[in-house]
Design a protein around this ligand. Structure first.
Ligand code: GLY
Ligand code: MN
Ligand code: MN
Length: 424
């Protein structure tokens, strides 16, 4: 509200339930903006902010209580309890919104709203604004200015509060434990989905009932598919396995990748490629600190990867020219990270006025370089083909540099081999 101009109103809709098939719905997950502002995790709700309104500045429209409905779907909070439990100044049944909200919008000069995210709700908002101009008494004024709420709200979400950092430590910890469990469990002959199940089980045991995104478990050349989701192949002796998985806890995401040998020992060629990615990841993490720009970790990773590929003979030529020509993109085709928070690919701008954003304390980013040598790369020695490697950690920017929240999963070669040799 402090960022909003006087005499303005902000309208934020919740997520809605979506059908999976037949009468079955997907499990409800609140929209991150709505959760961030309210902590109220029911569908069919609308949050309204009116700074300076005498009869209440924070207003919630939500489902009414109904014994019959609650018998089937479970408890509903209802407007009265929403005021008591969620600090709302005022709350109304959402079924009354068309009667109430035009009166709240009327006379405001600015309306903050996230246009374009929900088409059905966009039409409703436009309908309310039009109703002020057409239906009301002479002199009723609709807002003259519409402002994208996201540019303010997402800037807030980019900087994590102490409480948010505590939750992100917890989800990082849950995810760390699950990845360690996978290292102790995997054996050649298992199917990729068995590791997916191990992750889901370990997450759920600690109250993380959802993953932050569908887990990626790719053995052998499946690891070269960046968003591999089938997870249905057998893991073979001699394969590297790439596991990219993160829990969601209290709506916050972790996003961690480790790559390890199915049989517990890296071959010489696997170790050589792995060490390049690890060097790149360590160099990139070292570049995460206040004052550096968001692109510096990527530049550090690209530098290490290019040097490594030249040393193995997968690229030839001058390092600076290869980097300028983006020769590495044949084997490393994505960026080194993204913001992390309520969304796995979290909100927040990466550039400001055309320049890369500068890191500041409280931001959380992933650092996730990789190398993907397609089985079809006939100009690459056979021992390197069909290998995909990514190493991904979650990194909090601190005042003095950074803190890696997911350091508990081993990533040095001897540490991985040691944990894999320990009994499950
Ligand atoms: N797991 C998705 C990503 O790493 O961005
Ligand atoms: Mn990621
Ligand atoms: Mn990931």
């Amino acid at each position: 509200m402090a960022l909003m101009e006087p005499n303005s109103i902000a309208i934020v809709p919740s997520a809605t339930l979506t059908t999976r098939n037949g009468d079955v719905e997907h499990r409800f997950r609140q929209h991150s903006d709505f959760h961030y502002l309210t902590g109220f995790d029911e569908p069919d709700s609308v949050f309204v902010l009116i700074p300076g309104r005498q009869h209440g500045e924070a207003i919630l429209f939500c489902q009414e209580r109904d014994a019959e409905v609650e018998q089937i779907h479970g408890p509903v909070t209802g407007p009265d309890r929403a005021m008591q439990l969620y600090g709302m100044d005022d709350a109304f049944p959402v079924s009354d919104i068309d009667d109430i909200i035009p009166g709240l919008i009327e006379g405001k000069t600015k309306l903050y709203y996230g246009m374009g995210a929900r088409r059905d709700f966009d039409s409703q908002v436009i309908g309310w604004v039009n109703s002020i101009a057409t239906n009301n008494q002479i002199g009723a004024q609709p807002p003259g200015e519409f402002v994208q709420l996201g540019q303010y709200l997402h800037e807030l979400r980019l900087f994590k509060s102490k409480h948010e950092i505590d939750v992100m430590r917890e989800v990082a910890d849950i995810t760390t434990e699950a990845h360690c469990s996978v290292l102790r469990t995997v054996r050649p002959g298992m199917y990729e989905y068995e590791l997916e199940a191990e992750l889901a089980y370990r997450f759920a045991l600690r109250g993380a009932r959802s993953t932050a995104y569908p887990s990626i478990v790719g053995g052998g050349s499946n690891a070269c598919v960046l968003h591999y989701l089938r997870n249905d192949s057998m893991i073979r002796n001699g394969d590297l396995v790439l596991v990219d998985a993160g829990a969601e806890y209290e709506s916050y995401a972790a996003d961690v990748t480790r790559t390890f040998p199915a049989n517990g020992s890296f071959s010489t060629s696997q170790a050589a490629l792995y060490q390049i990615v690890l060097n790149a990841q360590e160099a990139a993490i070292a570049a995460v600190k206040p004052g550096n720009t968001w692109n510096q970790p990527h530049q550090a990773a690209v530098h290490e990867i290019t040097i490594g590929l030249v040393s193995l003979g997968l690229l030839h030529g001058n390092i600076d020219i290869l980097i300028a020509d983006e020769a590495y993109k044949k084997f490393y085709m994505h960026k080194t990270g993204h913001w992390l928070g309520l969304d796995v690919h979290d909100v927040g701008e990466y550039q400001v006025s055309g320049a890369w954003r500068v890191f500041e304390p409280g931001m959380v980013t992933t650092i996730e370089p990789g190398l993907y040598i397609s089985p079809e790369c006939s100009d690459v020695p056979a021992c390197y083909r069909g290998v995909g490697i990514r190493i991904e950690d979650n990194v909090l920017v601190t005042r003095s540099g950074n803190e890696v929240l997911t350091n508990g999963v081993p990533k040095q070669i001897p540490e991985i081999e040691k944990m894999m040799a320990s009994v499950a």
